[in-house]
Ligand binder design. Structure first.
Ligand code: 2IT
Length: 450
């Protein structure tokens, strides 16, 4: 291993020993950009990697809120403003009970390179809280969001930092967060939050963007092999915003999601989730109870397998993990490799453990694509929302969709090109890391050492 990378990794491990998810992503990225570091000895002299792994700012704050029974709760809020070399900090907020500093730093670090890959002027950032909206009343969610924003407002703004949604933060939460931000600041700084409702400054297609973009990326990967998406069968995990978008766009393009997994097990629908009735039912089912997908099987008379994941099934062409981090470990990866499936397209942030990812990449019969490229359409449309807000206009669905398709084509092509340039062959994982890293490194070198 390159000595400089080895030293920075050792220092990062020593300094952040209790942050496993953060260390996982730093290792994954730094090891894959080795050829780039070898080609640029000036990076070491400028302490580029040491600066890259250290957030510019990591904010942790208290959030006190009252539940419907007049009980007080104290949660922890975070915003890790990682790197603004390319533009205002941009990245989502995650509200989930397992959120901690390690998870927010991993998401923030990934976001730097994802945002760079979009070629739009946005820096990397992430935030959230260990509060979960699941099982909370609407009023409780509103009070939590207002308390969270009361503290966060001083740190954000359209030219500073623009949060958006992630797991547990959708249109409802963004609405409450933006309302409180506007109340505190007294200005219509609309670009300070994205994922707003279309009637109040949101961009059309933002909720669908991540899932649609993942399918646009898949189309490019299939095209590379002379294949079309039509008729392809897809297995996914997760049926949130992102999973739903995949189901919808796959159906639009003549493919079908035949397996999807939730927290309680997985559904096998050989006909695919490809009718309006089924797609609408998923939204309804999720709104009622986000922890169970079993009702889908009862409603549409198909198979439900409780307590396990659908990785390793043989009758699909493509796998798209779209739930959460470390969904696929080595045990699942072995089943996936043995199943003969060709395409492993990551969608959720870091859905694969590092050993499993390396193992899947070694499989000669497989094509592996990384989430920071595949899911970048969400943040791209967030940036388009900021652009519309700044210009005080709304774009049409056709305009946004055309930009989405162009963005994903560009990300795919830039990844292929970067891997080839460094003699790595058709390596979409290393290619994405190198292409994103190079943009951030160039900007940091140009802006001086600090
Ligand atoms: O992981 C992600 O890219 C997001 N959570 C969305 C970020 C954004 O600003 O839309």
């Amino acid at each position: 291993m390159n000595k400089y990378i080895e030293r920075v990794l050792a220092d990062t491990r020593a300094k952040n020993a209790n942050e496993p998810e953060f260390l996982q992503t730093v290792e994954e990225v730094l090891l894959s950009v080795e050829p780039l570091i070898e080609a640029h000895p000036e990076y070491e002299e400028a302490a580029l990697l040491e600066r890259m792994v250290e957030p510019e700012r990591a904010i942790s704050f208290r959030v006190t809120w009252e539940d419907d029974n007049h009980q007080w709760h104290v949660n922890r809020g975070y915003r890790v403003q990682y790197n603004a070399a390319l533009g205002p900090y941009k990245g989502g907020l995650r509200f989930a009970s397992n959120v901690n500093l390690s998870i927010i730093k991993f998401l923030g670090f990934e976001q730097i390179f994802k945002d760079a890959l979009t070629c739009l002027p946005i820096g990397g950032c992430k935030g959230g809280s260990d509060f979960s909206p699941i099982g909370r009343s609407d009023r409780e969610v509103m009070r939590f969001c207002q308390a969270f924003m009361t503290e966060l407002a001083r740190h954000i703004g359209g030219d500073i930092d623009s949060p958006a949604g992630d797991v547990g933060v959708g249109g409802r939460e963004i609405g409450y967060l933006y309302g409180q931000y506007r109340r505190i600041k007294g200005v219509s700084d609309m670009g300070a939050l994205t994922g707003k409702d279309v009637k109040t400054g949101g961009s059309i297609l933002r909720p669908e963007a991540t899932g649609y973009g993942a399918v646009y990326y898949l189309v490019e990967a299939l095209k590379h092999d002379g294949e079309s998406i039509e008729g392809k069968r897809i297995a996914i995990s997760g049926y949130g915003n992102v999973g739903w978008g995949i189901m919808k766009k796959a159906a639009d393009l003549g493919a079908k999601v035949t397996y999807f997994a939730g927290p309680d097990g997985y559904i096998h629908d050989p006909d695919g989730v490809n009718t309006e009735e089924k797609l609408n039912y998923i939204l309804e089912m999720r709104a009622k109870d986000p922890m169970h997908c079993q009702p889908y099987a009862e409603k549409f008379g198909c198979e439900f397998v409780p307590g396990t994941k659908c990785w390793g099934v043989k009758d699909v062409d493509i796998l798209m993990p779209a739930a959460t981090q470390n969904d696929v470990n080595m045990e699942w990866a072995e089943k996936i490799a043995a199943s003969g499936v060709k395409y492993y397209i990551e969608v959720a942030n870091m859905p694969t453990t590092n050993d499993a990812l390396a193992f899947l990449k070694e499989q000669k019969h497989m094509v592996v694509a990384p989430s920071k490229a595949v899911n970048a359409c969400g943040v791209s449309v967030s940036q388009m929302e900021m652009a519309q807000n700044a210009a005080r206009i709304y774009w049409s669905a056709e305009e946004v969709d055309a930009k989405m398709q162009a963005t994903m084509k560009n990300i795919y092509a830039a990844s292929v090109e970067a891997a080839e340039r460094y003699g790595l062959g058709y390596d979409l994982v290393a290619g994405a890391n190198i292409a994103g890293f190079q943009k951030v490194a160039d900007a940091m070198m140009a802006q001086g050492i600090f």
